[in-house]
Design a protein around this ligand. Structure first.
Ligand code: ADP
Length: 485
């Protein structure tokens, strides 16, 4: 697979600035590893300030013409990009599995999900409508125009290396903005392949630039530049806070998709089969490495034993291995630091009284594979219930009443996704309204669609991606008053 991918026209190993594929100016590179076997896939440029400044200039220059195209013209180019992404679905998915480790069917799912943002925002490009307002003065008329903010800096993580880019670039380009993307250095290849397809679809040089290398230097260059008018970021809460603080100096718009701590609440009146199936997906899809993955399973005492029994059997059946192998449901974690974090959270919980029900240690495949794990007797004060696990570990907390479940669910600084399972319609409304979360699933585990707003309350972030609301963050509102009519 690797040799075939490398010889395909989509395997790019350079940055993209002003329509040209470019090395770091000082020739420095950084190696990218396949997490499933530890082998080096290839090296990419280790860029910094100078390259980022040039990428910003290219984006700034390109903004003039790109923002003046008709929305119809931008829309048709985005539509072409969508078509190319879908035509190259298999190769893009293989690149994702290679660099990120997720099972190939999940990677194909990511390509389809990622491409859907380009299609959706190609359509939405034509719906950036203004307003005419009633004037308080008889000789005046008031209008509202919506205009693109300008150059956007987009910083994305490794867990959805393609989709986190298209979810930002789709609406940005649709509005008429231009972008400088910094993908994760752990997973640059699917991003670069998507950029290559963007060029092929007629998106002009400079409209989309890709730099990678020294993350803090690239981040600071984006923050310091007065030409960059917006930062859009998906990643850790710690880095998100730094970016928000840094953006204050030049008063940029900021959109943040940060960490979650998703509760998955199962009430006594839930359908057991539905709850087990959904909890398996919600916790173990992407090997637990999505910000909307379940982080805590809250189970009411009346259904507790039945649930634990069925859930344990389901978790034991998950096949762990290389994402390219048939039937594998759990890939490796992304790197050694990630698996050490999982280990330390599990150890901390055990030392404070939690019990291992299934798994609980590194997988005998070695490297950075971890066993699908369930731990019981978890308390919400334990680190594992307060931090984002980002791995295949399901901590289970037992509760008695609805009020207690809501209190535990909301007792966190995060507020991205929450799930509840009940067949009582009044309870489903009551609890949905009480949860301090941006995304709620009722009898539904993991959901993210291009048509639906994605984003969190509290320290899970600012702004919403996807849906009709996803354009707002890339637009300025201008009020024009025409007088002396
Ligand atoms: P994760 O835990 O998901 O890797 P990070 O926040 O560390 O989350 O990484 C998300 C993205 O932010 C990556 O592209 C990473 O390189 C980038 N990043 C990390 N530190 C900084 C920084 N100081 N400034 C700008 N970007 C950063």
């Amino acid at each position: 697979v690797v040799a075939r991918l490398k010889s395909s026209g989509l395997f790019r190993t350079k940055g993209l600035i002003g329509g040209k594929w470019i090395d770091a100016y000082d020739g420095k590179t950084i190696e990218v590893y396949n997490p499933a076997n530890g082998e080096v896939i290839a090296s990419v440029p280790f860029m910094g300030e100078k390259e980022t400044k040039d990428a910003i200039s290219s984006a700034y220059d390109a903004f003039r013409d790109w923002s003046r195209l008709t929305a119809f013209d931008r829309s048709s180019r985005l539509r072409k990009w969508y078509n190319l992404l879908m035509e190259h679905k298999e190769e893009l998915a293989q690149l994702i599995t290679l660099e990120q480790g997720k099972p190939l069917n999940e990677a194909i799912g990511e390509v389809v999900y990622g491409a859907s943002f380009i299609e959706f925002f190609a359509e939405e490009a034509k719906r950036v409508n203004g307003d005419i307002l009633p004037s308080p003065m008889p000789d005046r008329r008031l209008f509202v125009l919506k205009q693109p903010v300008g150059v956007v800096g987009a910083i994305t993580p490794w867990n959805f290396p393609l989709a986190m880019i298209t979810r930002k670039v789709g609406p940005a380009l649709a509005c008429g903005c231009t972008v400088v993307i910094k993908p994760s250095e752990l997973t640059p290849f699917s991003a670069l392949a998507a950029a290559e397809l963007a060029i092929q679809s007629g998106i002009p040089p400079g409209v989309l630039n890709v730099v990678m290398g020294d993350a803090p230097k690239i981040g600071n260059s984006l923050l310091e530049s007065p030409q960059v008018r917006k930062i859009t970021f998906t990643g850790s809460t710690a880095v998100g806070k730094k970016l928000m603080a840094g953006a204050a100096e030049t008063v940029k718009k900021v959109s943040l998709e940060l960490g979650g701590n998703a509760p998955f609440i199962i009430f006594d009146d839930a359908d057991l089969e539905v709850a087990v199936k959904a909890s398996l997906a919600s916790k173990f899809l992407y090997t637990g490495q999505a910000c909307i993955c379940t982080n805590r399973i809250l189970v009411q005492e009346g259904i507790y034993d039945k649930f634990m029994n069925a859930f344990s059997n389901a978790v034991k059946s998950l096949k762990v291995g290389n994402g390219f192998s048939e039937g594998v449901a759990q890939g490796p974690l992304i790197n050694e630091a990630a698996i050490q974090k999982v280990e330390s959270l599990v150890q901390d919980a055990i030392s404070k009284g939690a019990k291992v029900v299934v798994g609980g240690k590194r997988h005998n495949l070695g490297l950075i594979f971890y066993e699908p794990t369930i731990i019981s007797d978890v308390k919400n004060e334990m680190l594992i219930a307060r931090q984002e696990i980002f791995g295949p570990v399901a901590p289970v907390i037992r509760f008695k009443t609805e009020e207690e479940a809501i209190q535990i669910a909301n007792d966190t600084d995060a507020g991205l996704a929450a799930y509840l399972f009940t067949n009582n319609i009044q309870r489903s409304w009551r609890v949905s309204e009480a949860l301090e979360y941006g995304i709620v699933g009722v009898n539904e585990g993991l959901h993210a669609y291009e048509v639906a707003p994605f984003g969190g309350f509290k320290q899970s972030g600012l702004g919403r991606e996807g849906s009709k609301y996803g354009l707002d963050d890339f637009l300025e509102i201008k009020c024009i008053c025409m007088g002396n009519m």
